[in-house]
Design a protein around this ligand. Structure first.
Ligand code: TYD
Ligand code: MG
Length: 458
C-alpha cells in the first residue's frame, strides 16, 4: 500500500472507527456493520485559522433578519421546514427509493424558478434528458433554474462559486465524491467528507442546500449517523409505495419544531398537497363494523384523525399470532396484557391483528385508548358508534392518563362532524364545553369499555 495510506474499518450505522474488523460495533451494538475503507493520512490538512483572527460577538449586537426564509410555494413543505427555507441551511431529505424525493425537490425548483430565485439542481443519478422528461410531467419552469450532472465535489464547488445560486439541490449524497478521499462514493468517509464540504459552502456563502440521502433497509439514511448531526434539518419521506399519499416528517430541525408532518399525494403530474389529512385518512371507513375506531394523534402542531382497526379471533395454534401495522408491536402486546389483567379478557388464546388504516405510522401514546377500544370492540363483536372518537394514554394499571393539546384534538373532531369524544377525565375537566360535541371523561379502561358497551346497547 502507498505510503501514508492505511486501512480502517467504519461502522456503517454510527460511524465508529476501528483499526480491525469487528463483528459487533462497540458504539451502537449493531452486528455486521463494519466495512473496510482506505484513508489517506498524507492528504493535505486544512489550514487552521489563526486563533487571533477568531471573532467574538455580543449576542445583543447580532442582527438577525426574521425574513431570511424563502417560501417553497408548498405550504406543507414550509410547515415541516418551520416556515420556509432558511438562508444558509443544510437540509437532508431521506426516504426509500422511488418514494418521490427527486420529484418533490424538482417541484420546489419549479416554484422557486417561477419566482426568479436562482437555483441549481445537481444530479448524480439522472441525465439531463431524464430530468427534462420528469420536469415535463411536473409543468412549466422558469428560466432561473440550472441543471448540472456531476458527481465530483470540487467541480460542484467551483460551479457554485461561479453561479452563486440561492438554493442548491444535491441529488443524492451517496453519488458524490471528493478526490482527496480514496474510498468509493457512498462509503462512510466519502459521505462524511462531502457533507462537511457542503456544510462549509452553505454556512460560508449563505446558500441553502438540500441533500437527498438514500436509506438502508432499516429506514435510516445510509452512512453514518454523523450525517444527521451535521445537517440543520432532517426530513424523512415515508409512506407505502403502493398507496398514493406520502408523508414528509421532520425528524430534526434547528429552525423549527420537529415532528411536523406534511402530507402529499402522488399524482400523474407530481406531488399534490393534501390540505386536510384527517379527511383523507378517514376516507372509505366502514360503517358499523366491529374493531374499528377513530383516534386522534398530534403530529407536531396538527391533530390528525385516523382509523384504528383490530381483528381479534380465536387462535388455532398454541402460539397466538399478533401483528401491528403502522404502530408499535410491543405497545400493542402491552395493552393487550393490560386488558387481560384489568378487564379479565382472555386474550391469551386469541390472534390479534392491528392496523392503522391507510398505511400511516403513528406512535404517539395518545392512540393507546383507540387501540384498546378497537381490540375490545373486535373481541366483543360490538361496533363502536362511527361518530365517536377517542384519545388518551393508557398506563399499566389501566388508568387513562392526560395527553397534551386535548382541546385542539376535540376541535378537529368537531370540524369533521364527530359528535362524541372519549377522553381522559383530567382533560375533560380542563376543556370547557364545546358546542355540538359530547365529551365523555374516563379515568380508566374499565370506564371506557363500560361506556362503549352501554352506548352500543342503546
Ligand atoms: P422519484 O422522485 O424518482 O423518487 P426518488 O427520487 O425518491 O427515488 O419518484 C418517482 C416515482 O414517482 C416513480 O415511481 C414515478 C412516480 N411519479 C408519479 O407518479 N408522477 C409524477 O409526476 C412523477 C414525476 C413521478
Ligand atoms: Mg431520485
Amino acid at each position: 500500500m502507498a505510503k501514508g495510506k492505511s486501512t480502517v474499518y467504519f461502522c456503517q450505522n454510527c460511524g465508529y472507527e476501528s483499526a480491525k474488523w469487528m463483528g459487533q460495533c462497540p458504539g451502537c451494538h449493531e452486528w455486521n456493520t463494519f466495512v473496510e475503507e482506505i484513508v489517506d493520512k498524507s492528504a493535505p490538512v486544512k489550514i487552521k485559522k489563526a486563533a487571533s483572527e477568531a471573532q467574538v460577538a455580543k449576542l445583543t449586537e447580532i442582527k438577525a433578519d426574521q425574513e431570511d426564509r424563502i417560501g417553497t410555494g408548498m405550504p406543507e413543505l414550509d410547515r415541516v421546514l418551520g416556515g420556509g427555507i432558511v438562508k444558509g441551511s443544510l437540509v437532508l431529505v431521506g426516504g426509500d427509493p422511488g418514494i418521490g424525493k427527486s420529484t418533490l425537490l424538482l417541484q420546489v425548483c419549479r416554484n422557486l424558478s417561477l419566482r426568479e430565485c436562482n437555483i441549481l439542481y445537481i444530479s448524480g443519478e439522472e441525465s439531463l434528458q431524464q430530468i427534462k422528461i420528469r420536469a415535463q410531467r411536473i409543468g412549466e419552469f422558469g428560466a432561473s433554474l440550472s441543471l448540472l450532472c456531476e458527481t465530483n465535489l470540487d467541480t460542484i464547488r467551483e460551479v457554485i462559486n461561479r453561479m452563486k445560486p440561492q438554493v442548491v439541490i444535491i441529488d443524492s449524497i451517496q453519488t458524490m465524491y471528493n478526490e482527496s478521499v480514496s474510498s468509493a462514493p457512498g462509503s462512510v468517509s466519502q459521505i462524511r467528507e462531502t457533507t462537511g464540504i457542503l456544510m462549509q459552502i452553505a454556512k460560508g456563502s449563505g446558500i441553502s442546500i438540500f441533500i437527498v440521502g438514500h436509506v438502508t433497509k432499516d429506514g435510516v439514511v445510509a452512512g453514518p449517523r454523523v450525517l444527521e448531526h451535521m445537517v440543520d434539518t432532517v426530513l424523512y419521506f415515508e409512506g407505502d409505495r403502493h398507496a398514493a399519499y406520502r408523508i414528509l416528517r421532520g425528524v430534526k430541525n434547528r429552525f423549527g419544531s420537529t415532528n411536523e408532518i406534511g402530507v402529499f399525494e402522488m399524482c400523474e403530474d407530481g406531488l399534490k398537497e393534501v390540505e386536510n389529512p384527517s379527511e383523507f385518512m378517514l376516507n372509505g371507513r366502514p360503517e358499523d363494523a366491529s374493531g374499528s375506531v377513530v383516534a386522534c394523534s398530534m403530529e407536531g402542531t396538527r391533530p390528525i384523525l385516523l382509523e384504528i382497526q383490530a381483528l381479534v379471533c380465536h387462535s388455532n395454534f398454541g402460539m397466538p399470532r399478533r401483528t401491528a401495522a403502522g404502530t408499535d408491536y410491543n405497545r400493542v402486546n402491552l395493552l393487550m396484557a393490560v386488558l387481560e389483567k384489568r378487564l379479565g379478557m382472555s386474550l391469551g388464546s386469541c390472534d390479534a391483528y392491528i392496523n392503522i388504516a391507510g398505511g400511516i405510522r403513528m406512535n404517539e401514546p395518545a392512540i393507546d385508548l383507540g387501540l384498546v377500544l378497537a381490540i375490545v370492540s373486535s373481541y366483543k363483536e360490538m361496533p363502536i358508534d362511527s361518530k365517536t372518537i377517542c384519545f388518551g394514554e393508557v398506563g399499566l394499571s389501566g388508568e387513562v392518563r392526560a395527553v397534551s393539546m386535548a382541546a385542539q384534538r376535540v376541535q378537529e373532531a368537531r370540524k369533521l362532524g364527530f359528535n362524541c369524544c372519549i377522553i381522559p377525565e383530567v382533560c375533560r375537566e380542563n376543556i370547557k364545553e364545546v358546542s355540538g360535541i359530547r365529551l365523555v371523561g374516563v379515568r380508566n379502561v374499565q370506564d371506557a369499555v363500560r361506556y362503549i358497551l352501554s352506548a352500543g346497547r342503546e
